[in-house]
Design a protein around this ligand. Sequence first.
Ligand SMILES: Nc1nc2c(ncn2[C@@H]2O[C@H](COP(=O)(O)OP(=O)(O)O)[C@@H](O)[C@H]2O)c(=O)[nH]1
Ligand SMILES: [Mg+2]
Length: 292
Amino acid sequence: MPINAGPEFIRAQKEFLAAKTLEEKIERLKKMISLAPKHKGAENLLANLKSRLAKLKQELIRRKKVKKHSQQGIRKEGDAQITLIGYTNSGKSLLLSKLTHAIPKISKFPYTTIKPEQGILNIGALIQILDLPSLKNNQEDKETLGYANNSDLVLIIGLSTDEIKKILEKLKTKKVIIVINKSDIIDEDKIKRQFLGAIAVSALQNKNINQLKKKIFDSLDIIRVYTKQPGHEPEKKPIVLKKNAFVEDFAKKIHKDFIKNFKFAKIWRNKTLKKVGLKYLIKDQDIIEVHI
Ligand SMILES: Nc1nc2c(ncn2[C@@H]2O[C@H](COP(=O)(O)OP(=O)(O)O)[C@@H](O)[C@H]2O)c(=O)[nH]1
Ligand SMILES: [Mg+2]
């Protein structure tokens, strides 16, 4: 039986055959289906097109899954995740090795870091640090920027005003610390005047590394508080909470029954003891004893 497809269908078919991407193929095939003759003699054709469309859609889903999986190459760990971003040779990998126990490749040759390297900075709270591949101003930056925008805080490692400006433009997140590295060999004052709040360090000479750790903690808006059992010393490992948490939030995190049976809490702050209720605001370094 003749199919008698109209000129519009023929054109749509040509466009479909010329499609380059999977998304294009799907869109154009849908158009072909909508223009295909619907009479009995064209049933096979229509069924054929529909089954092709189903296959293309499946392929799209599969590709998306693969992409998602590869992006999740590094899982978030610890109490917060921060990322190091910058151009090649700015010293990101050396800095990672100074902030954590990680041993990444460090080299004067460009683009030594080809995938994110990770380490854990222990400042009571455990901070996961990702040392990202250097920016290249090309398509590859997309994945790198994705990691940065998804982290809790980005450290921009820059050696010049120009570099820092470019990186700020690329980033979506506003949660950044500007770190001027190599302060042993570059003039940081001019850059600092442009970016108030920037911190100058030297990863090579361990200059200002502890100040940087403190700045990282202060920028994360978290607090470390220590649980204490009546008659015992406080725990060494802190509980990490968001800034401006109440005794209530602390109690909830320890045990769900703590709220229900709560009587009062004792808080030691700067060696001073205070008896408080659930709505009391807690601060970094508080020691808390909950009574039920
Ligand atoms: N003078 C000096 N050199 C540094 C400093 N930090 C890193 N470097 C050197 O710069 C080069 C690149 O360091 P690397 O950490 O691999 O840079 P990345 O590409 O940003 O990861 C290496 O030769 C490092 O020894 C620093 O603070 N001062
Ligand atoms: Mg590197």
